[in-house]
Design a protein around this ligand. Structure first.
Ligand SMILES: C[S@@+](CC[C@H](N)C(=O)[O-])C[C@H]1O[C@@H](n2cnc3c(N)ncnc32)[C@H](O)[C@@H]1O
Length: 412
C-alpha cells in the first residue's frame, strides 16, 4: 500500500487526479482502446508520477506538510565571490512537482509547464530550516488567484514591502544597462517569480507600492469582478505608464498570476513555468535572449540553479542579476551557478531591507536563529519583528568596476 497524502497543500486534488487517471486507464483498456499488454507499464508510470518514491520504499520518516523530502545539502565549496560577498552555508534544491497542461494568454506564450515547487511552504522558505517544524507562514494560496486582491490584502497585513525597496534600485540598474548598451530600443528585464507583475508595475509606471496597496484594497475595487478589474487595471496602468518604460518578461509558476499581469498589460511576455521541475519552453528561452537585467524579489528561496542555468545560457549579451535575498536564507548555490557564467556577486552590506513582519513568535525565533547562525547580527532588524533582505547583484567583472555598486543604491 502507499499513501497519496504526500504533504502537498492540494492533497485532495492530487488524490482526485490520481483516481481519475486510474479510472481512465481501466475504462480505456476495457474498451480495448489501449492495448492490454502494456497495463503494468502504464500503472507503474502513473504510480511513479503521483506517489513519493520514499512512500513506495517505505519511508521510515513520513513528511509533514511543507517538510522537505531530503536533508538540505550543506555546501562547503568556496564561491568565487567579490570581497563584499557574504558566503553562507546551506544550498537548496527544491524537489520535483507535477506537470500541467499548456495554456495561452491573449495568443502569447504563457506555458504552465509544471506546478510550482510544492515542497516550499512560504513566500521565502528558508534555505536552512532551524526550528524543527514550520519555520514560516504559508502564503501559497494567494499566489495563484485570478487577480491580485488577496495577495495585497493578505501580505499588506504583514507589511510586505520588498518591491517598494527594489523600485528605485531597479530603475537605476536599468538606466545603467541602457547606458552600457547604448540602446535605441527599450531594454529587456526578466522578472523571476513575477507574480501579478508587481515589479513591472513599479518599474514602468508612476506608482508606488503604497499606491498598489491602496488601489487593490479600495472598496471600489473590492466590488468588481475579476473581468471588471482587468478592464479597469488596463486603463489604470496605461494612464500611469512612464515614457522610459522597458520591456518586462515575467516568469512565475503561478498561471493565473502571470495571466493577470499579461491581461492588464504589465508584462510584454509572461511565462507560467516552473524550471525547478521541468525544462524551459523554447518560447521562454527565446524571450530571455535579449535580457540585460534579471530581477527577483520575494522569490529567491524558491529557486535553485535549475531555474537560472538554462536562462543564463540562453541570454546572448552581458546580463546582471539583481536579487533581494532574505538574510535567513542563502545565496551560496546561486552565486556559484552565476559565477560559472562569469558573473561576480556583490552584496550591499550597508543596508538591509525589511521584507515583512513576522506572523508569530515561531517565525521570529526562526529568523533570529538563522541570521545568527551565519554570523549576522539580528539586533535592530529581525529582533525588531521583521524579516530582512539583502541586495545581491551579480555582473560581469568589467561592469563591477564601471558601475560601482554604491552608485546604484539610493543611500549612495
Ligand atoms: C512572495 S511572492 C513574490 C512576488 C513578487 N516578486 C513580489 O515581490 O511581490 C513569491 C512568488 O514566487 C512564485 N514561485 C514560487 N516558486 C516558483 C518557481 N519555482 N518558479 C517561479 N516562480 C515561483 C510564487 O508563485 C509567487 O508568485
Amino acid at each position: 500500500m502507499f499513501s497519496l497524502d504526500n504533504g502537498f497543500p492540494c492533497a485532495e486534488e492530487t488524490a482526485e487526479t490520481f483516481w481519475a487517471a486510474l479510472h481512465g486507464l481501466v475504462t480505456l483498456t476495457r474498451a480495448r482502446r489501449l492495448s492490454a499488454e502494456r497495463v503494468a507499464d502504464r500503472l507503474a508510470l502513473l504510480v511513479d508520477r503521483f506517489v513519493p518514491r520514499e512512500d513506495l520504499l517505505g519511508d521510515p520518516h513520513p513528511r509533514r506538510p511543507g517538510e522537505r523530502a531530503h536533508p538540505i545539502p550543506q555546501r562547503s565549496v568556496p564561491v568565487p565571490l567579490s570581497d563584499a560577498v557574504t558566503s553562507r552555508a546551506g544550498g537548496e534544491s527544491p524537489d520535483d512537482g507535477w506537470t500541467l497542461a499548456h495554456a495561452e494568454w491573449e495568443g502569447e506564450a504563457v506555458t504552465p509547464r509544471s506546478r510550482r515547487a510544492t515542497e516550499e511552504t512560504s513566500p521565502e522558505a528558508p534555505a536552512t530550516a532551524s526550528s524543527g517544524g514550520r519555520a514560516r507562514t504559508d502564503f501559497d494560496e494567494i499566489y495563484d488567484q485570478p487577480d491580485p486582491r488577496a495577495f495585497f490584502r493578505t501580505l499588506g497585513a504583514w507589511e510586505y514591502q520588498t518591491p517598494h525597496h527594489a523600485q528605485a534600485i531597479f530603475r537605476r540598474m536599468v538606466a545603467a544597462r541602457e547606458q552600457a548598451a547604448h540602446a535605441a530600443e527599450p531594454v529587456t528585464v526578466v522578472d523571476l517569480c513575477c507574480s501579478y507583475g508587481i515589479n513591472a508595475a513599479l518599474l514602468n509606471h508612476d506608482l508606488t507600492m503604497a499606491d498598489l496597496y491602496e488601489h487593490y484594497g479600495s472598496a471600489e475595487v473590492a466590488a468588481l469582478s475579476t473581468a471588471e478589474l482587468v478592464e479597469r487595471d488596463r486603463a489604470f496602468y496605461a494612464t500611469r505608464r512612464r515614457p522610459d518604460a522597458v520591456r518586462v518578461v515575467g516568469l512565475d509558476a503561478a498561471r493565473n498570476a502571470v495571466g493577470y499581469a499579461r491581461a492588464v498589460g504589465l508584462l510584454e511576455q509572461g511565462f507560467a513555468e516552473n524550471l525547478e521541475t521541468a525544462p524551459p519552453s523554447e518560447a521562454l528561452l527565446r524571450a530571455v535572449r535579449d535580457a540585460c537585467l534579471i530581477t527577483v524579489t520575494g522569490g529567491i528561496s524558491f529557486l535553485s540553479p535549475r531555474t537560472f542555468q538554462p536562462l543564463l545560457a540562453a541570454v546572448r549579451g552581458p546580463v546582471w542579476v539583481a536579487a533581494f535575498v532574505l538574510r535567513s536564507g542563502s545565496y551560496q548555490s546561486l552565486a556559484e551557478a552565476l559565477a560559472s557564467f562569469g558573473l561576480v556577486t556583490e552584496v550591499d552590506r550597508n543596508r538591509t531591507f525589511p521584507q515583512r513582519r513576522f506572523t508569530d513568535d515561531q517565525e521570529r525565533q526562526y529568523a533570529v536563529e538563522a541570521v545568527t547562525a551565519v554570523g549576522e547580527d539580528p539586533e535592530g532588524r529581525e529582533s525588531d519583528g521583521y524579516f530582512h533582505a539583502a541586495l545581491h547583484l551579480s555582473r560581469p567583472a568589467p561592469d563591477v568596476t564601471a558601475f560601482p555598486l554604491a552608485s546604484l543604491l539610493d543611500h549612495a
